[in-house]
Structure formats: C-alpha cells, structure tokens
Design a protein around this ligand. Structure first.
Ligand code: SAM
Length: 390
C-alpha cells in the first residue's frame, strides 16, 4: 500500500492556507488519517453529466492517491445502492453517500468547539472519514456515529477498524439521535435536515452544541450552530452556507408531472415587484424557505423552448407560476398560501435592512417550533411550528 503521509501533510497545509483548518489538534488528525482507506470499494467521478467509476483495486496507484486527496467531495454511492465496483462504464445516478469535501468537514469540526473528553454524536457516517478525524482527536470511545444505510455503515465500520478506530458505528435513522449513548456534548450532522430534530436537543447536555445544515434547497441551506439551554431549548444562529445531501427519511420528492394541472386554478395574478430569478441566489433562496416552508422552486422548459418557473408547496396545495412579460414578471398564485406574496414580503424587508448575510439569521429551537429572525423587524421573523403541515 502506498504511504500517503506526504499527501496528508499537503492536504492539511492547503486546508490551513484556505482558513478551514485552524487548530493544531485537528491538523494532526488530518495529517494522520488516510482518506483513501475510507473510499473502498471506489468512487464515482463526474464526467460529462455521468459518473465514471474508479475502484481502489485496479486503478493506477498514483491516480488513486491523487483522487483521494482532491479537495472535492468524492461520491461513493449512487441511487441508494450502487458502488463503483459494480459498474465498469460511466453511469447516470444521484449521489446518496460520499466523502464530503475536506474543507467543509474540517471547517465544521473546527466550528464544533470540541474539547478533549467531549462525547460527540455524528449523524451521517458516510465513508467514516469525518468520524475518524474525530476519533483521532477525542478517542474512539467518545465518538458515536449513525448511518441510515446498512451497507454504507458496514463499509464505514470496516474502514474505521482498518484505520485503528473501534468506535460506535450505529445503523439507524440519525434523526432520532442515539439515546443509548446520550447525553452528548456535541452533535454534528453531515446530511441536510429540514429542521433540527428535537431528539438531538434532548440528547445534548445543557451548554452543548448542535451543528447541522438546515434547509431543503441544494443552493440555499444554512449551517446552524445552536447551544442547548438548561430549559431544554436551544439557541444560536446560522454561521454560514453549507450544502449536503438530504437526510433520507426527510428527502423531498421533487414535484414532477403535469404542471398545467397543478396550476389550473389560480386565485389571482399580478406583476411581481422583483424578479423571481433572485431565488437562484443563496441568501434569497434561504429566506424563501423561511418565508414559505415546504415550497420547492421548479424550472421547466416547454416543447417550444420557453422557460417556465414555479413555486410549489404540495403539502399546502399552493403554487405560484411565473412568466416573463417583456418588461418584468407576472405571477399567478393559487391555494391557501400565497407563496410569492410571503417570499416577496420577506425579500423586500431583507433588502430594506441592507441585505445582510446569512450569518445575521438567529435560530431558536423548542419542542414545538423553530423560530428564525434577522434583527428586530417583525417582517424578518418566522416561526415554523411542528404542528403545521408542510
Ligand atoms: C455526505 S455523506 C456523509 C459524509 C461523511 N461524514 C464523510 O465525511 O465521509 C451523508 C451521509 O448521510 C447519510 N444519511 C442520510 N440520511 C440519514 C439519516 N436519516 N440518518 C443517518 N444517516 C443518514 C447518507 O446515507 C450518507 O452516507
């Protein structure tokens, strides 16, 4: 087996240079844990809209090591079952497990503010690489990691053993946490969640920290960092942008099919005050999810090539349909929730506040609701209640 000490040191140096890696103890972890051990049986590399398989066994050793130490996310599973050893040609598919880009993994574990002796619960073991970094820093008995996919969990467990860590790899739905080893000092999720499950708050000690990416849109989710209070609530803020694959048990089914039937009955039509294309930008997309929870942004093209843009909230039987009219945009809305009215109001208030960054968003989690806010403006305050359907 190739000794990758040089590549590990180089990776650590690049992460430190980019500002993701800050503390000597995490640097030591990156320099020690071989990422390639966690990529068996192989990875899928993006190529022309497809995924090219590359296996650990059989690949050119130099190319394999170079791939393992890329700064990119390495996809290890497609469509919930396919691994790189099962195909020989490029394939289509949706990534369902991966080794996340090292800068994001390291940036997140740096933000966890861990101290030696802390008990950490990780949701989304994936390859096990991030769990291995934490085991290096905290000791294998202090890390519990939960993976929903049994085959992925088994591979991660084997890789962790090979790397020398007999940690607690649990197969199950991480949205439930892992009560048997609770309470934890830190909870970190490396999959996207619509909201922080209250089970995580319950399983975290007062003063403990939960770090998780919240949202449902790939390019509009926020990394939430909340501290658990004595009274069983948790409070903090969104500390930055982050993007992850959705937690499987919460994964949204994308709206598909006959859009004309979905938009047949509108209750009103008007000119928009701003272009809906603003929703392609990260912060407006994040705000749209706060203002219209459960809404999906859908793009389509007609047979004549015309571009169509919609917002659908299927659980709330509501839609907004946009059409460019030469000078601006018109919106037709239907259903009990005026999705675009709510989003436009939020975006207008946000622009009025000087378009602050995602790090201006506060978050409070209770057993009943998530409350988000920016500053004091009541128009920039959103309560998502667990008893509301979306
Ligand atoms: C981006 S990968 C994790 C990356 C990993 N921490 C690493 O660095 O290798 C996300 C993982 O979360 C897992 N996952 C998705 N939903 C989950 C859930 N509800 N509970 C636990 N794991 C889940 C997926 O199967 C996938 O393996």
């Amino acid at each position: 087996m190739t000794d990758t000490a040089h590549e590990r040191r180089r990776l650590a140096a690049r992460l430190a240079q980019d500002g993701a890696l800050k503390t000597p103890a995490w640097r030591a972890a990156v320099e020690s844990v071989p990422r390639e051990l966690f990529l068996h049986p192989g990875v899928f590399l993006p190529e022309g809209g497809l995924w090219r398989p590359m296996t650990a066994v059989g690949a050119d050793p130099t190319e394999w090591v170079r791939t393992a130490y890329t700064l990119d996310t390495l996809t290890t599973q497609l469509d919930g079952h396919l691994t790189a050893d099962q195909v020989s040609e490029p394939v289509a598919g949706l990534p369902t497990s991966s080794s996340t880009m090292p800068a994001l993994v390291v940036g997140m574990i740096e933000s966890l503010d861990v101290e030696y002796g802390h008990q950490v619960l990780e949701i989304g073991t994936g390859t096990g690489y991030s769990a291995a970094l934490m085991c290096h820093r905290l000791g294998e008995d202090n890390v519990t990691t939960v993976e929903v996919d049994p085959a992925v969990a088994a591979r991660a467990d084997a890789a962790l053993e090979t790397a020398g860590f007999s940690t607690w790899t649990v197969t199950g739905d991480g949205l439930l946490g892992h009560p048997r080893r609770a309470p934890y000092d830190r909870v970190i999720a490396t999959c996207l969640v619509k909201r922080i499950p209250y089970a995580w708050v319950r399983q975290t000690k007062p003063g403990g920290i939960i770090l998780a990416t919240v949202g449902a849109w790939a390019n509009g989710s926020g990394l939430a960092k909340v501290t658990v209070n004595e009274d069983g609530t948790a409070e903090g803020r969104i500390i930055g942008r982050a993007s992850f694959m959705q937690a499987r048990s919460q994964a949204t089914t994308p709206v598909d099919g006959d859009f004309s039937a979905r938009t047949a009955y509108a209750d009103g039509e008007r000119q928009t005050k701003m272009s809906p294309l603003v929703l392609h930008e990260w912060m407006p997309a994040f705000l749209a999810q706060l203002a219209a929870p459960g809404a999906q942004l859908v793009q389509a093209t007609t047979s004549t090539g015309a571009r169509l843009l919609y917002l659908f909230a299927p659980e709330r039987e509501s839609f907004a349909e946009f059409s460019a009219d030469g000078t601006g945009w018109r919106v037709r809305q239907g259903g009990p929730v005026r999705l675009w009215d709510d989003i436009e109001k939020a975006l207008t208030a946000w622009q009025g506040a000087g378009s602050p960054d995602i790090a201006s968003v506060g978050l409070r989690v209770t057993d009943r609701a998530h409350t988000y806010w920016i500053g004091e403006d009541p128009e920039l305050r959103w309560e998502h209640r667990l008893d509301a359907a979306y």
